[in-house]
Design a protein around this ligand. Structure first.
Ligand SMILES: *Cc1c(COP(=O)(O)O)cnc(C)c1O
Length: 354
């Protein structure tokens, strides 16, 4: 919520105004190393290959697939929203044999169905927090049952909002984006890969830009080769991510998750008090992205327009089969504050009053 895409933390805005250094300047590469270390803390992983990729969350998705999936590889993908569907598109462009496990939009995918979809997939892929529906898909049981498969998880809307335990859950590949719960402008895709994933890289990634072997060499990941130029890092964005992660870790990861949980709960309770119906069952609701059904007879787009113009609050509409049927309300990163919840509930009450 908040006007436009949101007002990031002042520390982040200040970081964006720092003098621009060269991409191999010792001061910059020290800051890049520290950013990778902060990302390890936020993903809760010891993976050496943990870096911010140049590009938005979708670049993370693409890198995740093009480095491990080659022609004919079997990839099981959970599809219960826009981003699971996008994974199928990306995997099929790599030549994968895609096995889709579909669920209704608004419902979580049962882990047993993903685990039982194929006897020996190379990859099992799922979206942790489906931003198009407000559903949280369970990850831990997939790590327990994955067998030889690599577990690939989209954490774009979960990282920094709800617990993500890359190592604890046995996740082999996880990626995120800066502009969701990390509270930084769009432009980088944090990604982390386990040693198992590195061992099973395709011989030669069809993408030059997203080749993680070359990116690992540029980031000079621990135990790798000396730092080698690959592409010019977006210096100012790395500053911004470094600062945003600093704010997050200073508040404490657990405290940040708790703040999202409390705000989400207040929003869910408040919406139900207004007589509105939530799309997702309580057990799998995301605190950072709430989906609510538009009541019959209400002008869906008109309410969103009025919220933005009169109150400076931007919410989303439904996508795909849910277009026109739901509103999507974000409480991500710096916007997950009780005062934002109160403002939105007050505004909605006023606008929905007959
Ligand atoms: C936003 C989002 C993406 C895509 O990220 P971009 O930054 O828009 O490229 C991928 N997956 C999920 C779950 C998302 O919410």
């Amino acid at each position: 919520m908040g006007p436009g895409p949101g007002n990031p933390y002042p520390e982040v805005m200040q970081a964006l105004t720092r003098p621009v250094l060269g991409h191999l300047d010792p001061e910059f590469v020290a800051l890049l190393d520290e950013t990778c270390e902060r990302l390890r803390q936020v993903f809760r992983t010891g993976n050496r290959l943990t870096v911010p990729l140049s590009g938005t969350g979708s670049a993370g998705m693409e890198a995740a697939f093009v480095n491990v999936v080659g022609p004919g590889d079997v990839v099981v993908i959970g599809v219960n929203g826009v981003f699971g569907e996008r994974m199928c598109d990306v995997a099929s462009r790599c030549g994968a044999e895609v096995v889709r496990v579909e669920e209704a939009w608004g419902k979580p995918i049962e882990p047993e169905r993903l685990l039982g979809a194929h006897p020996s997939p190379k990859v099992i892929a799922v979206v942790h927090a489906e931003t198009s529906t407000g559903v949280r898909n369970d990850i831990a049981p997939l790590g327990e049952g994955k067998g030889e498969a690599l577990l690939l998880v989209d954490c774009v809307t979960s990282l920094g909002g709800i617990p993500v335990e890359a190592d604890g859950w046995g996740v082999d590949i996880a990626y995120s984006g800066t502009q969701k719960c990390l509270g930084v402008p769009p432009g980088l895709a944090p990604i982390t890969l386990s040693a198992r994933a590195e061992e099973r890289f395709v011989e030669r990634s069809p993408s030059w830009y997203l080749d993680l072997r070359m990116i690992a060499a540029y980031a000079a990941v621990p135990g790798g080769t000396a730092r080698t130029y690959h592409h010019t890092a977006p210096i100012s964005m790395v500053y911004a991510l470094h600062a945003g992660l600093g704010v997050l870790l200073e508040e404490g990861l657990d405290a940040v998750h708790e703040r999202h949980r409390v705000c989400g709960e207040a929003l869910h309770t408040g919406l139900e008090k207004l007589g509105l119906e939530l799309l997702v069952a309580p057990s799998h609701r995301l605190p950072e992205l709430t989906t609510v059904r538009v009541p019959a007879g209400v002008d869906e787009a008109g309410i969103r327009k009025a919220l933005l113009e009169r109150y400076g609050i931007e919410i989303g509409g439904g996508l795909g089969p849910l277009a026109g049927q739901i509103w999507r309300i974000g409480l991500m990163g710096h916007t997950a504050r009780l005062r934002n919840v109160a403002t939105l509930l007050g505004a909605l009450e006023e606008l929905l009053r007959p």
